[in-house]
Design a protein around this ligand. Sequence first.
Ligand code: ATP
Ligand code: MG
Length: 422
Amino acid sequence: MIDIQIPESVQLILKTLMEHGYEAYAVGGCVRDAVLGRTPNDWDITTSAKPEEVKRLFRKTIDTGIAHGTVTVMLNHTGYEVTTYRIDGEYEDGRHPKNVEFTGNLVEDLKRRDFTINAMAYNHIHGLVDAFDGIGDIRRRRIRCVGTPAHRFNEDALRILRAVRFAAGLDFEIEEETKKAVSLLAGNLQKISRERIQAELEKLLMSGHPEKLKIAYETGVSKVVFPELDRVMALGVGDEVIKLLSGMEKNHYLRWAALLCMSDRKHSSCILKELRFDNRTVDVVSRIVEAAKKDIPLTSPGIRRDIYETGEDIYEYYITFMKYFAGSSLSGKKISETDIRMWEECYQDIINKKQCISMKMLKLNGRDLIELGVPRGGEIGEELNRLFYQVLDDPELNERDKLINIFKNHRSYNNISEENQR
Ligand code: ATP
Ligand code: MG
């Protein structure tokens, strides 16, 4: 018999519900992950109690989706979603059920779930309830729909992408009939909102096996949700891009930059905006993509200038990205590991020594220049910029007195040459 460790808070919720005469189980992803020996992200509970009844039994609850039967129970600052057994009504548009109906039957609730591995429930009294052989599919390492795949994908097209996402998360294959339906109905993903697509793509990319993205290409899913993959496949470098992606550190910005490495700043920022990513993601990823096209600098002054021009905020990401990218045939340049190592060490040295790499670190500012007689306006910026670039070249110059001297010398030199010209 399969035994699952349930956190105390979850046990308390199950016990409270059961003591009041209701059925209650941990359900879905948490049961799947616990069976697999993985730590679940969150624990969901399914119960025969109606939302109002759940609310009555716990001190602190939040109405998360009362209409769909979901109440969040708060215990020790953690939220647990408790959802009433339900049957999803007819699906209107390949996205949402028209209505939901509560039921007293656990198996009816499990039936509405997407994949067999996600349709198992557990409590300490009844053990595992596995009406669709989720355990068998975990053993066979496969993603299989509950019920008829084409029917389930017609109800909710997001499940098509979820099939690929779970394959990547678990390193499973998609079962044959399910996979056929994925290919057949991939076009339906057009009906799904970009936000929901983004959430699934993000999980796919950040999974243990992002190389499973290849399935999205083979089944025609990427053509609908991420055509950039089809573009790089057509260029003949798709496999290299996927290799880069799957070898890349598990970092949100770096993995997206890997996937977008064959595009430029404008194109990648367009793609990410279309997927409704936040501004920071759009900005950071597209700048890494752009930076990766440059030659890496190999002298200290060159690196300081590069930090300034590329941006301090992304420079560490940029170096890390290049560690992987430089070794790939995609970069089109030969950059040795030694060069990368020297570059990184030099960068660390610059940071440790707090050398000047931004205008605000310059030991002279606009106010100083006004006091020195420079008229307000554009000239101040020009002077500061000139001094700043000199300091980037030689950090020793970043002292107030030295900078004033450089400024004065430059002024008098300019005055003399102006007089000579007259
Ligand atoms: P993760 O660990 O990535 O959160 P999960 O299995 O918990 O995976 P969720 O999206 O959090 O996935 O959904 C929780 C559960 O709800 C699933 O395990 C599944 O039983 C059910 N579910 C979620 N989305 C759907 C869907 N589109 N169609 C049918 N059932 C779904
Ligand atoms: Mg979950």
